[in-house]
Design a protein around this ligand. Sequence first.
Ligand code: CU
Length: 345
Amino acid sequence: MSSVGPDWRLIGYRFRVPLFTAVTIVLLGLLHGCEADAPPAVPESENSDVKTAPIAEIMPAAVTTSPQIVDIIARGMTFDAPTSIDGGWVTFRFSNQSALEHFAVIERLPDGITVSDQQQVVAPVFQQGMDLLNAGDSAGANDKFAELPGWFGEIVFMGGPGLLSPGEISSTTVFLEPGQYLLECYVKTDGVFHSYNPDPDSFGMIQALEVSAINEAAAPPVANVHIKLSTDQGFEITGAAVAGTNLVRVDFIDQSAHEHFLGHDLHVAAVPADIATEDLVAWMNWTLPSGLETPAPVRFLGGSNEMPAGSSAYFSVDLEPGRYAYIAEVPDAERKNMLEFFDVR
Ligand SMILES: [Cu+2]
């Protein structure tokens, strides 16, 4: 794997520092946005008991309902999903009916920015930067990423269905404030991000999503596995996954920019015994030519994309007996304690 893609030790500090400058801008925007966008605080009692507490015990509201369900279907290299939904707790049911791995990260757009701006301004910068990385030109890639517009740093990642292999279905529930959002998949095939389309008049795997008034009655689901995710501690996992349907709650204790521009998130993969850990870890780094490149070396079953500090996501995952892993889409996930293998019996 390391012989194929650029290695950060080879790319060196020269690339990382300016990139990190851009990342810092991204992060500042992300953190700033998080103050306004963080969902309501979840009662502490739920933090301490996520296994079996009925919703009625943890939600004081007289009447609660399940979150609205919004279907997202991956077909080929497009999302088939509604373009307008209600806000509040929303369950995105993601069905991958294509032949490639995908995810659906939800991004809140800054005021005045549209999905077309993302498609026509941001996506080409990332693709051209990736082309330069693939060619071994890290300095050129650095210059290219510096062309990202200032408003890119104001985009707030708000979770969304994690990596999903062909034929799989997984649901992810998040709290969304009213606003203009988009769905994006930046998995790569033949070195091209799914969100990039060389035809400037056509969209890649990006779709606008307008979120309107909040459904006040909707409550989040109840989890049987609880994972706290932070920069310093990595994954802190409470509760065991079981055979059948699991509901995993992910608390984003903090958020920070890793070496690949982005924050931490969490995905579930079925991991055969013969898969080398370093291959799995390397695949989760999009800056490597082989990173996020289809086909994946493992079978992905869902998860949650990154969210601001203080946010929580809930995702469902159906598991048969076998060997699995929780892993973040960040460089060096194992070293950061963002890789945890587990068995389901
Ligand atoms: Cu995709």
